[in-house]
Design a protein around this ligand. Sequence first.
Ligand code: OSB
Ligand code: MG
Length: 378
Amino acid sequence: MSLLDGIDLDHLELTEIEIPLRWPFETSFGRTTRRRILLARLVDRDGACGFGECTASEDPFYNHETTDTAWVIIVKYIGPMLAAARVQSAAQIGPALDRIRGNRMAKAAVEAAAWDLEARVNNLPLWRLLGGTRTQIDCGVSIGLQETPELLLEKVDKEIASGYQRIKIKIKPGRDIELVKAIRARYPSILLSVDANSAYTLADTGLFKAMDDYKLLMIEQPLAPGDLVDHAKLQREIQTPICLDESILTLADTRHALELGSCRIINIKLGRVGGHAEARRIHDYALRQGIPVWCGGMLEAGIGRAHNIAMSTLAGFTLPGDVSASERYWEHDIIEPPVTVSRNGVINLPSGPGIGFGIDENRIDQLKIRREEIRIGN
Ligand code: OSB
Ligand code: MG
């Protein structure tokens, strides 16, 4: 029996903003200099609001979704299906949208907004509504490919000096083990990991065996997203734990990966798995299996960042995530105050209702490219 008040939806407001990154971010699949981000605001019949952020990228290179595809899927399918379903809680959003295959980032933007709304109407912090137990979360950083190894070392110095608890670097063929060697020479014992974003194949097994000498915390997504069998083969050949990111879209994927032995750690991204409900199912399953999870990032603005912070309070998030301070990305974030990280590399959870950060409506208006309202109530 739930003692929570339900949600009574009136409309959904979609806004696209365009916001420049302070520094370009480069991965094996490309370079990002500015983000085009969809924001979802769900409004109930009393005018209360919940906020979500779509983590789809501008281009279909990390996965198949983009800012533009998410816009179309939300306007053409998610809005009308929610209008027909008359959902009364955030937990009912997933089932109401189940007929839409894939497009999980589009769904998650709206689902997350519903969780924020449900938390606010019940005057609860979102992290408490989700069942979180931590009052602070451990932070790491993801550092993109740099022009030179020297520039990469400078970035690492800066993040270690700021207190971040784990450094992850992006790698791609030809720019991999030399970078690891250089960082290990300067920092023999920091928590260090690499993320390949699927840029390798089993033909590179020798390279990953050689990485075993550098005591990495994990190797993230070395092979293609669908290659659970090949990840299992690679994991059998190396000592360093493999962590899957792109491969894990659902609870079923998680079970398959663990049954096959494709990884020993899981990166959970709210958008990639379709929202808080599925993220929590994956978390719960991994916790029962003794598999550590951590929260990945997608260069989010403040609303997405705030949702990641709330999710990271669940008990199984035992490794530092890619959730870091707003100032690493934005001159001026869309939430107030911006996300800050303490000198010992933690984020303290806000105590206010919902995501617990104020929404900077003026900033959003400044950055706005387009806006559309979709009726949900009748
Ligand atoms: O693979 O984790 C990834 C950014 C965009 C797409 C994929 C990934 C990333 C990051 C950045 O690593 C994490 C962040 O700082 O938000
Ligand atoms: Mg990754």
